[in-house]
Write a protein that binds this ligand. Structure first.
Ligand SMILES: [Zn+2]
Length: 271
């Protein structure tokens, strides 16, 4: 028995040395990797080419300010008193039928730069139809829908009507439009005005905008101006809203490009 123990010893020693060497190599590798972390790439206007002159809005498009990653949805409402820091009137050359639209200032400048690029590329029928909407406006909108549902079916309870309306309209305080960071687009002329495309008053309005050349362009290029398609088709479970081909949210080029490449929603990206 004694002889057997002696014979086993070199084996035990070499096994221990092997395990120790392995642990050392693993630790060393970890330390080296830890020291050699290359910073993740930040996307900027330098990564893309533009036909229009974007020199005056480069800093805005390249923003990585966290305030542009604000998450607004049914679980993250803004509340009654929230308003963006700075809201500006959008130049009426870019709004539908020259109507008054307001947006958070960086969002406004990015949206105008994007429309200018589309015009430079031959798509000259895109306009902003909706931007910043305050709490009171959203409440009025919601109340109107509640009234319309009551007219349609008077047997429904208030809770039942509210459930219906919430599928296509944000509850006051829960609309991303209250952040001033999102834009609804419309193409005119060329689309029937019988359906109120792009203003979120009809559940069917995605049928129109999703079939336009403008939408195809936005799908491929909106991230180059810091915008994302906020409510993609089939992502209702994540965003809480049905598909809205016309609604774009400003987050800055870096986040927009990463979200675009990942195929995630803003909710999925931020979690
Ligand atoms: Zn919208």
């Amino acid at each position: 028995m004694k002889e057997l123990n002696i014979a086993k010893k070199p084996f035990i020693i070499s096994a221990a040395v092997f395990v120790l060497a392995l642990a050392f190599a693993f630790t060393l590798g970890f330390v080296i990797r830890g020291c050699d972390v290359t910073p993740p790439k930040t996307y900027t206007t330098e990564d893309f080419t533009y036909m229009s002159d974007i020199s005056s809005v480069k800093d805005i498009l390249n923003t990585t300010n966290e305030k542009y990653l604000l998450l607004v949805n049914k679980k993250n409402p803004l509340g009654e008193t929230y308003a963006p820091e700075s809201v500006i009137d959008v130049d009426k050359a870019y709004t539908l039928y020259e109507k008054g639209v307001q947006l958070e200032s960086a969002t406004a400048q990015a949206a105008i730069a994007m429309i200018n690029e589309m015009r430079a590329q031959g798509i000259d029928n895109v306009y902003i139809t909706s931007g910043y909407r305050d709490y009171a406006y959203q409440k009025k909108l919601f109340d109107n829908y509640m009234y319309a549902e009551w007219q349609k079916d008077k047997t429904l309870t208030e809770a039942e009507r509210e459930e219906k309306v919430r599928q296509y309209s944000a509850y006051p305080g829960e609309s991303e439009h209250q952040s001033g960071l999102c834009v609804d687009f419309f193409v005119a002329p060329g689309m029937s005005e019988l359906v109120n495309y792009g203003s979120e008053t009809e559940k069917t309005n995605d049928i129109g905008f999703a079939e336009t050349e403008a939408f195809e362009w936005l799908k491929e290029n909106a991230h180059k101006f810091g915008f994302i398609l906020r409510y993609p088709d089939g992502k209702e479970g994540e965003t809480g809203y049905s598909y809205e081909s016309w609604h774009y949210r400003f987050v800055g080029i870096d986040a927009a490009t990463k979200i675009h490449e990942s195929g995630k929603t803003l909710e999925g990206w931020l979690e």
